[in-house]
Design a protein around this ligand. Structure first.
Ligand code: ADP
Length: 990
C-alpha cells in the first residue's frame, strides 16, 4: 500500500503502536472556543476596570494634591491675614505712640519758648544738621539741649516739618520750618529769610484755607488740650496734619505750639523697614482719599487691605495696610506646585500612553488569539522529545483531544515517520518545510510543517505551524501522473515530433525524432535553420519548405523530404505541419510530426516489384485465375430451378490474362467453371469441360479474404485438355495394376484356396459316394427317402461353402470402378478376414482380433482397403509360416481424427535398413513373390489421405499400421448402423 499516493480510505489501522510512553508529559489541554472567547472579553473587561481604576486614582490624587495646595494656601492666607492684623495694629500703636511722644515732648519744651519772652528766633539749621534722637522718658531737657530749641525740636524727627508758636491772641510769634517746607500761602511771601529769622504769618486765621487750622487752634485754646487739624495739603504737595498744643505755664495758657507733621514722613519715620517691605501702609481720610503711603510702586492686592483708625491725629484718619502681592508664594511652594503639576501631567500622559499601549496590546493579543483560534492552519507546541504540549482547534481536529503520552510522529503516516523523527533528532534552529501525512477523520491528509525551536526557553520548545497541502499534493500527483503519462506517450510513439517557434528555432524534439535523425535532443534544440540534419545540397529546397510552413502554406497531406542522419545515412521523411497554439490562444510556433518512410518506401517499391512479378507470373500461367466476391451461390445445373439470390451480386474482382483470353472480363466464365458445385472452403480437382471453348479444366476453388477484407472466391482452372488422355491412361493403368495385384495376391493364395475348396468337395464326394452305395440294391443299409434328402442337404451345404469361397475370390479380383463411399470398419474387416483366415488356417496361424468399440465410419473404397488389409495379413502369415505358436493380431482403434489399423506378427521382423525398401516396387524376399504388394498398398492408403508405415513388434515380429481419415459427414447418417455393427464387432472380438 505505501506507494506514496493519497487515499482517502487510508485508515490509521496500519499505524504502528506508539512507543513506550514516557511518564510526565501532561495531557494536551484542548483549547475550547467558548472559554477562549470569554477569556478575550475578560481581558478587555480587566483592561477597562484597570484603566478606570487607574484614572480614578489619578483624579483622586490630583484632587487631593489640589486640596492640599488650597489648604496650604488658605492657611498661609490666614496666617498672612493674622500677620496683617497684627502688624497693622502694631503700626497703629507705633504711630500713636510716636505722636504721643511728640506731643509730650512738645508739651515739655514749648513753655520754654513761650514763657519768658519770646525765645530767640532760631533758624533751624535743619539742612545738613544731624538729627538728634528725641530724648526718651520724661526728663526735661536742659536749656542747653539742642532739642529744647525749636530748631532742635524739628531736627529730631523727620516728620515734624515746621513749628509755629502762636500767642493766645492768635499772633504767630515764631515759625520755624524744616528745609523745603512751605507752610502756607503767607509763608510763600515770607520765605525764611537768609538770616534765619522767622516770619510771622499775619492773617493766619483770615484765609479760608486756614479755617481747619483756626478751628483746631480754637479747640486747643478752649479745651486746653492738644488738637490735630484735618489733613492739609501744603504747597509742594505734601499732606500734613498740624498738632495744636496749648502751652500752659503755671496754670496759664501762654500760647499754642503748632507742629506740622508730614504724614508720609511720619509713616516712613515710625514704621520700621521690615514692615514697610511687607506692607504698603497708607493713611486715608474718611472719604477713602489716599493721603500718604509708604510706597506707590508695588503691585498690591487691595482686597487684602486692613484699615485701623489712627487717633491721634483722628479726624477720620485711617491707617491702611496692604500686603505686597508679589512676594506671597515662596520658591519652595512654587516648586512644589510646579512639581505637583508636572507629576500630574506626566501621570496623565503616562496613563494615556499606558492606555493606548494596553489597548493596542490587547487588540493585538485579541487578534493573535483569534488567529490562533480561527486559523485553519495548525499551531502547536512540541517538546524536543516529540510530546505534544498544546495546540489550536485546528490542531485538535487532526490530533484529537486526548493526546497524553503520545508523540508527534505517532500520528504521522508510517511511511513518513522516519523523515519526521530524523528532522526532530537533527539539531537545528528551524525545521521545515517538512511534509508528512497526518490522520484526519479516518483519512490521511498532507500537512506542510514549519517548526521553529525556541532556544531561549529552558524547555527548548518547538513551535510548529502547519497547513494542509493535500489539495496541492493531489494536484502535484495528478500533474506528475499526467506528465509521466504524457512523457510515456511522447516516448512511446514512433512518430517524431518537432516544435519550432515563429523564427524557425527548434524548441522541442521528442525521443522518436532523435531516434529517426540519430541526433541527441541537445544538438537539435535551439538550432536555427539550416538544421544539422539538412542535406547540404537540398538547403534551398528545405528553406523553401520552412518558409512555406512559417507562412502557413504547408499542405495538409504533408511534405515528403529527405534528411541526413548523424551517421550520414540518408532517410526519407514525411512531415505533417500544424500551428502550435499556446494557452493564450496565440500561435507560438509550428508543430511538425515526422515519420521515417524510408522503410515503407523500400517496402512499397519491393511490393510494386513483387506485384509486377506476381502479375507476370499470373499472366504467364497456363491456368485461368479469377476472384469473385462475394462467393456466388450454387448455380443449379441446367434444368433445375433458379434459387432466388439474396444479398449483393457477385462481382469479378480479378482475372488473369489466361482467364481474360478465354472468357473475357466476364463472371460467367467463373460461374461456368463452378458448374453449380457448392461453395466450399477448398474443393480440389474437379474436372470440368467447357463446351464454349472446347477445353477441359481442373478446377480448384478456395474461399479467401480479398484485399478489402471481404470474403471472396478464388478459382484456378488449369487447362488439362492435353493432359486428360494421359491422366485417363494413368488411371486405367493404376486400376489394372491394382487388379493385377489382387490377382497376384489370389495367385499367391491359390494353394490355400484350393486346399480350402478341397474339403467341401471331398465331403460332397463322400456324401454322394455313400449315398449311391447305399441306394444300390442289396445294400446292407438301404436308405429311405428321408435319409436321401438329409444327405442331399448336407451335400448342398458343402457346395454352398465352396461357392462362397469362390464368390469371395471372385469378388476380390473382379474389376470394378474405384468408388469411395461411407462404410463401417466392420464391412472392411469381414471380407478381408474371411479370405485371410483361409491361409491362416492352412498354416496354423491364430488370428486375434481387437477392435475398439464405437469406431467412427470411414469414407473409402471398400475393395481397395480390403486389398490392403488382406495383403498385410497375408504377409504376416507368410512371415510366420512354419513357425510354432504363430500368432497374428489385428487391432483397430481410433485417434478421433482417423482410424488406425495395425497388423502385428511374431515373425522374423524386418531389419531397420530394409524398412523403407519393403515399400519399393518389386522388392521381395519370396520365391513366388512379385514385390508389388506393399507398394500398391501405400499408393491406395495415400490416395485415401491416410498413411502406411512399418514398425518393430515387441518382443519380436513386425507391425504394419495404416490410418484412414474419419468420415465426418457420413458419421451422423450412419449412427444407427454403427451401433449395430459395434455390437457385432464386440462379439467377434470376444
Ligand atoms: P511379396 O509379398 O510379393 O514379396 P510385398 O510387397 O508384399 O511382396 O512384400 C515385400 C517383401 O516385404 C516381402 O518379400 C518380405 O520380404 C517383406 N515382408 C512383407 N511383410 C513382411 C512381414 N510381415 N514380415 C517380414 N517381412 C515381410
Amino acid at each position: 500500500m505505501p506507494d506514496g499516493t493519497i487515499r482517502p480510505d487510508m485508515t490509521p489501522a496500519d499505524t504502528p503502536a506508539p512507543g513506550t510512553p514516557e511518564p510526565g508529559p501532561p495531557a494536551i489541554r484542548p483549547p475550547r472556543t467558548q472559554p477562549r472567547e470569554a477569556g478575550i472579553s475578560a481581558g478587555w473587561q480587566a483592561w477597562r476596570f484597570l484603566g478606570i481604576a487607574h484614572a480614578g486614582g489619578l483624579v483622586i490624587f490630583i484632587v487631593m494634591m489640589a486640596g492640599f495646595l488650597w489648604y496650604v494656601s488658605h492657611i498661609e492666607k490666614q496666617e498672612q491675614r493674622a500677620a496683617l492684623l497684627r502688624d497693622t495694629d502694631w503700626a497703629q500703636q507705633s504711630l500713636k505712640l510716636s505722636l504721643r511722644e511728640l506731643q509730650e515732648h512738645l508739651a515739655r519744651v514749648a513753655p520754654l519758648w513761650l514763657g519768658d519772652g519770646p525765645p530767640a528766633p532760631q533758624q533751624a539749621a535743619t539742612r545738613g544738621m544731624p538729627r538728634v534722637p528725641r530724648p526718651a522718658g520724661s526728663d526735661h531737657p536742659s536749656g542747653s539741649s539742642p532739642s529744647q530749641t525749636p530748631a532742635g525740636f524739628l531736627a529730631i524727627d523727620d516728620q515734624t516739618r515746621y513749628l509755629a508758636l502762636i500767642s493766645t491772641s492768635g499772633q504767630v510769634r515764631t515759625v520755624i520750618t524744616a528745609p523745603g517746607v512751605l507752610v502756607g500761602q503767607r509763608l510763600e511771601a515770607g520765605e525764611p529769610r537768609q538770616d534765619g529769622a522767622v516770619e510771622v504769618l499775619p492773617g493766619f486765621e483770615s484765609t479760608p484755607d486756614d479755617a481747619p487750622r483756626r478751628l483746631a487752634w480754637r479747640a486747643s485754646i478752649h479745651t486746653w488740650k492738644p488738637h490735630y487739624s484735618p489733613p492739609l495739603m501744603v504747597p509742594g504737595g505734601e499732606v500734613m496734619t498740624e498738632l495744636y498744643l496749648p502751652v500752659i505755664q503755671e496754670r496759664h495758657l501762654v500760647g499754642v505750639a503748632v507742629v506740622g507733621i508730614g504724614l508720609e514722613a511720619l509713616l516712613q519715620a515710625v514704621l520700621p523697614e521690615n514692615l514697610r517691605q511687607r506692607y504698603r501702609f497708607a493713611l486715608v481720610d474718611g472719604n477713602g482719599r489716599l493721603l500718604a503711603s509708604t510706597s506707590s510702586v508695588h503691585r498690591i492686592d487691595a482686597s487684602t487691605a486692613h484699615m485701623l483708625p489712627l487717633d491721634p491725629p483722628g479726624n477720620g484718619l485711617m491707617l491702611r495696610a496692604i500686603p505686597y502681592a508679589g512676594d506671597t508664594p515662596g520658591l519652595a511652594e512654587r516648586l512644589t506646585q510646579l512639581g505637583l503639576f508636572t507629576l500630574a501631567t506626566i501621570s496623565v500622559l503616562s496613563l494615556i500612553l499606558l492606555w493606548r499601549s494596553a489597548h493596542d496590546r490587547l487588540r493585538v493579543e485579541s487578534e493573535r488569539d483569534r488567529l490562533f483560534e480561527l486559523s485553519q492552519d495548525v499551531f502547536c507546541t512540541i517538546r524536543p522529545d516529540g510530546t505534544l504540549v498544546r495546540g489550536n482547534p485546528a490542531f485538535v481536529e487532526y490530533f484529537g483531544k486526548d493526546l497524553a503520552n503520545t508523540r508527534f510522529w505517532d500520528h504521522v503516516y508510517p511511511e513518513d515517520r522516519l523523515d519526521v523523527i530524523e528532522a526532530f533528532t537533527t539539531p537545528q534552529e528551524r525545521i521545515g518545510p517538512l511534509e508528512c501525512r497526518v490522520r484526519f477523520r479516518n483519512a490521511w491528509r498532507w500537512l506542510s510543517w514549519s517548526i521553529s525551536v525556541d532556544t531561549r526557553s529552558p524547555e527548548s520548545l518547538y513551535y510548529a505551524v502547519a497547513h494542509d497541502i493535500t489539495g496541492r499534493k493531489l494536484v502535484e500527483q495528478a500533474l506528475t501522473t499526467e506528465a509521466t503519462f504524457r512523457r510515456a506517450i511522447e516516448d512511446s510513439i514512433s512518430t517524431g515530433l518537432r516544435v519550432i517557434d515563429n523564427d524557425g528555432r527548434i524548441t522541442y524534439v521528442n525521443r522518436a525524432l532523435c531516434q529517426i535523425l540519430g541526433y541527441p535532443a541537445e544538438e537539435l534544440v535551439g538550432q536555427l535553420p539550416p538544421y544539422p540534419y539538412w542535406i547540404p545540397e537540398e538547403y534551398d529546397l528545405n528553406m523553401a519548405h520552412l518558409n512555406m510552413t512559417i507562412a502557413g502554406g504547408a499542405p495538409p497531406s504533408g511534405i515528403q523530404t529527405r534528411a541526413r542522419r548523424k551517421d550520414g545515412r540518408i532517410i526519407d521523411v514525411r512531415l505533417y505541419l500544424s500551428p502550435l497554439i499556446d494557452d493564450q490562444g496565440q500561435q507560438a510556433g509550428w508543430m511538425a510530426s515526422a515519420t521515417d518512410i524510408t522503410e515503407p518506401n523500400r517496402i512499397r517499391a519491393e511490393l510494386e516489384a513483387a506485384h509486377e512479378r506476381f502479375n507476370t507470373v499470373l499472366n504467364q500461367l497456363d491456368a485461368a485465375v479469377s476472384v469473385v466476391s462475394p462467393p456466388p451461390p450454387a448455380v443449379p445445373l441446367a434444368g433445375a430451378a433458379q434459387a432466388p439470390s439474396t444479398g449483393p451480386e457477385p462481382t469479378l474482382m480479378f482475372c488473369n490474362y489466361h482467364y481474360h483470353r478465354l472468357f473475357g472480363d466476364d463472371i460467367n466464365g467463373h460461374l461456368a467453371l463452378l458448374r453449380g458445385w457448392p461453395v466450399a472452403d477448398s474443393w480440389v480437382g474437379e474436372e470440368v469441360y467447357i463446351a464454349d471453348v472446347d477445353r477441359w479444366f481442373e478446377v480448384r476453388t478456395q474461399q479467401i479474404r480479398w484485399v478489402d477484407g471481404q470474403v471472396a472466391q478464388l478459382l484456378v482452372a488449369t487447362d488439362i485438355t492435353a493432359l486428360r488422355p494421359i491422366r485417363e491412361r494413368q488411371r486405367q493403368q493404376e486400376e489394372q495394376l491394382q487388379q493385377t495385384s489382387r490377382l497376384v495376391t489370389m495367385g499367391e493364395m491359390a494353394s490355400s484356396i484350393a486346399h480350402e475348396l478341397n474339403q467341401p468337395l471331398a465331403a460332397i464326394s463322400n456324401y454322394a459316394t455313400g449315398l449311391i452305395r447305399r441306394m444300390q440294391p442289396g445294400s446292407p443299409a438301404p436308405v429311405d427317402n428321408a435319409r436321401i434328402a438329409e444327405t442331399l442337404d448336407k451335400i448342398a451345404r458343402q457346395a454352398q461353402r465352396a461357392a462362397s469361397v469362390i464368390q469371395r475370390v471372385r469378388d476380390f479380383v473382379r474389376r470394378q470402378t474405384a468408388e469411395q463411399r461411407d462404410i463401417s470398419v466392420d464391412e472392411i474387416l469381414t471380407e478381408a478376414l474371411a479370405l485371410a483366415e483361409i491361409a491362416a488356417k492352412r498354416y496354423g496361424v491364430a488370428i486375434t482380433i481387437d477392435v475398439a468399440p464405437d469406431l467412427p465410419r470411414l469414407s473409402a473404397d471398400r475393395i481397395l482397403i480390403e486389398q490392403v488389409l488382406l495383403n498385410l495379413l497375408k504377409n504376416a502369415i507368410d512371415a510366420m509360416r512354419g513357425q510354432n505358436h504363430a500368432a497374428l493380431t489385428l487391432r483397430v482403434n481410433t485417434t478421433g481424427e482417423s482410424v488406425v489399423f495395425s497388423v502385428a506378427d511374431q515373425g522374423p521382423g524386418i531389419a531397420d535398413e530394409m524398412k523403407h525398401r519393403v515399400f519399393e516396387p518389386f522388392f521381395t524376399t519370396k520365391n513366388e513373390g512379385m514385390g508389388m504388394g506393399l507398394n500398391i498398398c501405400r499408393t491406395i492408403i495415400e490416395s485415401h489421405a491416410g498413411r502406411l508405415w512399418v514398425e518393430d513388434n515387441k518382443p519380436r515380429g513386425t507391425v504394419f499400421r495404416f490410418t484412414l481419415p474419419v468420415n465426418r459427414e457420413g458419421a451422423a447418417d450412419a449412427e444407427g448402423t454403427k451401433e449395430a455393427e459395434n455390437a457385432g464387432d464386440t462379439g467377434r472380438a470376444g
